[in-house]
Design a protein around this ligand. Structure first.
Ligand code: FES
Length: 89
């Protein structure tokens, strides 16, 4: 699974570093629980700015892209839920 987390200034201001930390913690949990989670690799990429903050979409930040799905107003909770649902066996 490919996860892109925007760490541009708008997204950082609204909490993307916290989301990154939570993804790291979740990665450890998933890697240590082969019974319940798929062994698919979680690739996390940090992006300077995905460009959405410059669009007309108001308050798009923080932006996280999981595979081909773009999440606006991402929170630790919504991102964790998405990852867990996709990785759970
Ligand atoms: S700073 Fe995240 S989309 Fe621009």
């Amino acid at each position: 699974m490919k996860i892109k987390v925007c760490v541009g200034s708008c997204c950082t201001l609204l909490g993307s570093m916290g989301i990154l930390d939570q993804i790291d913690d979740l990665k450890d949990i998933i890697n240590n629980d082969a019974d319940n989670y798929s062994d698919e690799e979680l690739e996390v990429e940090v992006i300077k700015c995905l460009g959405f903050c410059k669009d007309e979409i108001e308050q798009a930040a923080p932006v996280v892209v999981i595979d081909d799905e773009t999440m606006f107003h991402a929170t630790g909770q919504t991102v964790m839920e998405k990852i867990v649902n996709k990785m759970r066996k």
